[in-house]
Design a protein around this ligand. Structure first.
Ligand code: UD1
Ligand code: MG
Length: 488
């Protein structure tokens, strides 16, 4: 028997790094490799209206992760088989390098491959991937492709402590693979086999087409099982190669919400491990969620329970406090993000100090040394170097210069009920507490706005602006007192 785990594969990055960073260019080149991804199952066990392969793992549809692994192998073609919810799946993947086969209604994984055959070249080899096994890595698939290139049938399999639900690899006493038996069809003795099939196989294109064409559906589920081709190949005397995934988590399939949660955690653990390996300090690697990509400079420290989404870049020595949500942001060196801060679509300079409880919306740029404190909300604004808004403010559609001090409770009144208007605050302005700037309005360089002022006209540079108000003192005034209730 050919043990594919012995076939040397290209050295790759440690597991997890390819998730944490844009997928590595893996230097595999197989002659006319084609890949079929099975994504047409109804996914009944998910109890959801969303097609199974669109459920998110690490913030992306699980099919996107399988496609990353597929594309890293540089195949000549990728065919995705869709059925239930097919239009929705296709719409989520508009990339032009994909071919789509329709399987309607789905009648099993073997039937799904049958639908892909007309879209495949007759030459070369075919790798079949399950769309619901998303942590698969290209490095682990390469041995299968190499074996198929050499004219063999290769499967990926893994001994598990508890392989319940998975197909089991039935071998002869001498180790030769005979067939795969599905859990539902297995005898008690077969269910005791711990070696499970991960759903990945590779074979020469011509043989695969012949085998799937001859499948029967006389089994417990009345389906055409792709796994039955193993017995066909074995019957033809073909030596079946078996390769193990690089890590056990790679083989985890998702058929239920419990498995979805399990795979998500496995991915997060791998990402956290990769960050630790890289020198990032994590207060607790079990309490970080990366739903996208996170890149970190040196000496970055991340406290518990922060959710990163989209693409986030943290510069050297950035500190992230507990319970933040950070999505699509670039954060400059030495910036401190304090607990419970929500940042989305923000470019943040160096030495900034944000939060706790700051909320910054997309299309915002904060220059170096900006400070935003408790309950400060900023939207579609530019804030210049060294400017501060430390307490309870709303800054929307504003351009704020350098060294501006925004007092507690300042609000830009940017919305007239129909349109949004801009507020411009020039350098060195000081704005007193509880002020309203009614946009469109400009406050000139170096001006000071007194506390409690409503600014509805442009303010010239320098000097002080206050509203006319009188403070009245009425010493004789008495606070109302409730009358005592009459006793009944
Ligand atoms: C399948 C394997 C099982 C293996 C497991 C690994 C078969 C018969 N069984 O079981 O041996 O241990 O994966 O995770 O192959 N699909 C279609 N069309 C269909 C049915 C399924 O495209 O008619 C797709 C699904 O969308 C899914 C994949 O094929 O992405 C696997 O189907 P699923 O029903 O999840 O099979 P499992 O029971 O997990
Ligand atoms: Mg499955």
């Amino acid at each position: 028997m050919l043990d594919c785990s012995a076939i040397p594969v290209a050295e790759s990055q440690a597991f997890g790094l390819s998730f944490a960073f844009p997928p590595a260019l893996v230097a595999f080149l197989f002659v006319s490799l084609q890949i079929v991804i099975l994504a047409a199952g109804v996914g009944k066990r998910m109890r959801s209206d969303l097609p199974k392969v669109l459920h998110a793992v690490g913030g992306r549809p699980m099919l996107a992760l399988v496609l990353d692994a597929a594309r890293a192998l540089k195949p000549a073609r990728i065919v995705v088989v869709v059925g239930h919810g097919g239009e929705e799946v296709r719409a989520a993947f508009p990339q032009t390098d994909l071919l789509w086969a329709i399987q309607d209604p789905p009648q099993g994984t073997g039937h799904a491959v049958q639908q892909a055959i007309p879209l495949l070249l007759k030459e070369g080899s075919v790798l079949v991937l399950n769309g619901d096994v998303p942590l698969v890595q290209a490095t682990s698939l390469a041995p299968l492709c190499a074996a198929a290139d050499a004219g063999r049938l290769a499967i990926q399999a893994q001994p598990l402590k508890d392989p319940t639900g998975y197909g089991r690899v039935v071998r002869e006493k001498d180790g030769h693979v005979l067939r795969i038996v599905e859990h539902q069809d297995a005898t008690d003795e077969e269910r005791r086999i711990r070696e499970m099939y991960t759903g990945m196989m590779a074979a020469p294109a011509a043989s695969l087409a012949r085998w799937v064409g001859a499948l029967k559906n006389n089994n417990e589920q009345g389906e055409y099982y792709l796994t039955d081709v193993i017995a066909m190949a074995a019957a033809e005397g073909i030596d079946i190669a078996v390769a193990q995934p690089g890590h056990e988590r790679e083989m985890k399939g998702i058929n239920s919400k419990a498995q979805l949660a399990e795979v998500e955690r496995a991915l997060q653990c791998a990402l956290a491990d990769a960050l630790l390996e890289q020198g990032v300090t994590l207060a607790d690697p079990g309490r970080i969620d990366i739903r996208g990509t996170l890149t970190c400079g040196r000496d970055v420290a991340i406290d518990i329970n922060t959710v990163f989404g989209g693409h986030v870049e943290l510069g050297n020595r950035v500190t992230i406090g507990a319970h933040c949500v950070i999505r699509d942001c670039r954060i400059g060196e030495d910036t401190v993000v304090r607990p419970f801060t929500h940042l989305e679509g923000v470019i943040i300079g160096a030495h900034c100090d944000l939060g706790p409880f700051a909320h910054v919306h997309p299309d915002t740029e904060l220059a170096d040394g900006v400070e935003l404190g408790n309950f400060v909300e900023v939207k579609r604004s530019r804030i210049g170097t060294g400017s501060k808004a430390k307490h309870l403010s709303y800054i929307g559609d504003a351009t704020i210069g350098r060294n501006v001090n925004v007092g507690a409770g300042m609000i830009t009144c940017n919305y007239d009920g129909a349109y949004k208007h801009r507020t411009i605050i020039e350098d060195d302005v000081h704005i007193g507490s509880d002020t309203q700037l009614v946009a469109p309005v400009t406050v000139g360089k170096g001006a000071t706005i007194g506390a409690g002022t409503t600014v509805w006209k442009d303010v010239p540079p320098g000097g002080l602006v206050v509203n006319e108000k009188r403070q009245l003192a009425r010493p004789e005034w008495k606070r109302p007192v409730k009358a005592a209730k009459a006793k009944s």
